[in-house]
Write a protein that binds this ligand. Structure first.
Ligand code: PMP
Length: 363
């Protein structure tokens, strides 16, 4: 058996071991065909089956019908910041954003950068983005409201859906909690996620977009930046990130084999609770960075120790025990444990036990 560390990296992050083994098995000769998926034409029958299955399974996981388009795009979630503003905000309307930290800020700034009229409907910046605002005020004539469903750096997550007036599209960046628990996707017109946290390797961004909504978009944009191009050609206008899509498809199958998104949620809750319980029962030795418990992320658990020195010691000793990737994002410091779908319960358990031991030795 190969060595596997406990991997708490924020992304790219741990993939299901079963998927890695399947990919390894398929690598040189996919299904005995004598070539790798990396070497296969994306126009071949075999590849068509791979991408179609991935598309179908994405819908199945969220219980969506084929009135939803599933796109596999390139350029990361960061390109979606641009595409959302370009495609969804006509010049006579206003792009609305809720700012909950770095990635939300970047999405908002991108709309400003390309000259769109913008409005901050809410922000938790004054409180260090330590919670998700519940109240928000839309501008006149809103093109959409954009939210960041899970804030990878701060460790906050929407556990509710913002109520928008009828006719105002709700758009979500779900990069770091995609397919981690049931969400009523029907309340959104579009969601997107860089694959490299919950559903695959880097290099592909999954976009779910309501067909009816997409059909009303004006289009006419630069080809690769126009959703209409990718919808019309089913993500095959040009060569798609073929190998990444194949791995994503294997992860989708794995999610379904686990019992689907309800089971995935149970497992994610159990893992997150193990770690939050240690934080909450530590008499302040560990402090959760998120002030509002209802905004706590199940995916990225952010916490501080009593001093920077102790944080450094914690991260170093954890790494020596094969507990890896616990350093907080460079912009905020502290510690962060990312416990995405594929992070095994045993890893979360090992971390919780290590945290208790470290506390006993250092308080
Ligand atoms: N949104 C969120 C919530 C993220 O966590 C990240 C990456 N960490 C991004 C967007 C940017 O994604 P990408 O690197 O795929 O452009």
């Amino acid at each position: 058996m190969e060595k596997r560390i406990h991997n708490f990296s924020a992304g790219p992050s741990t993939l299901p071991l079963e998927v890695l083994h399947q990919v390894q098995k398929d690598l040189v000769s996919y299904k005995g065909l004598g070539l790798s998926v990396m070497e296969m034409s994306h126009r071949s029958k075999e590849y068509g089956e791979i991408i179609n299955a991935a598309r179908e399974n994405a819908r199945k996981i969220y219980g969506l019908g084929d009135d939803w388009e599933v796109l596999f795009l390139q350029g990361g979630a960061s390109t979606q910041f641009l595409m959302v503003a370009m495609n969804l905000c006509p010049d006579d309307k206003v792009a609305n954003y809720i700012n909950t930290g770095t990635w939300a800020t970047n999405a908002y700034k991108e709309a400003i950068k390309i000259g769109k009229k913008t409005h901050l409907a809410a922000t938790s910046e004054a409180d260090g983005f330590a919670y998700i605002p519940r109240e928000f005020t839309l501008s006149e004539n809103p093109a959409y409201l954009h939210i960041t469903h899970n804030n990878t750096i701060r460790g906050t997550e929407y556990h509710w859906t913002p109520e928008v007036p009828a006719g105002v599209p709700l758009i979500a960046d779900m990069s770091s909690n995609f397919m981690s628990r049931p969400v009523d996707i029907e309340k959104y017109d579009m969601v997107y996620a860089g694959a490299q946290k919950n559903v695959g390797p880097a290099g592909c961004t999954v976009v779910l977009i309501k067909k009816e909504f997409a059909a009303k978009l004006p289009g006419g944009l630069p080809t690769m930046l126009d959703y209409k191009t990718h919808i019309a050609k089913e993500s095959m206008f040009n060569t798609p990130p073929a190998f990444a899509i194949y791995v994503i498809g294997e992860v989708f199958k794995w999610i379904l084999e686990q019992g689907g998104i309800d089971s995935i949620k149970e497992s994610n809750l159990a893992k997150a609770n193990l770690i939050y319980d240690v934080i909450d029962n530590s008499n302040g030795f560990y402090t959760g960075s998120v002030t509002d418990k209802e905004s706590r992320s199940l995916m990225n658990i952010t916490f501080l120790l009593p001093s920077d020195e102790l944080s450094k010691k914690f991260i170093a000793e954890a790494a020596a025990n094969d507990l890896n990737g616990l350093k907080g994002h460079r912009s905020v410091g502290g510690c962060r444990a990312s416990v995405y779908n594929a992070c095994p319960y045993e890893s979360a358990h090992a971390l919780a036990e290590f945290m208790k031991k470290f506390m006993a030795e250092n308080k």
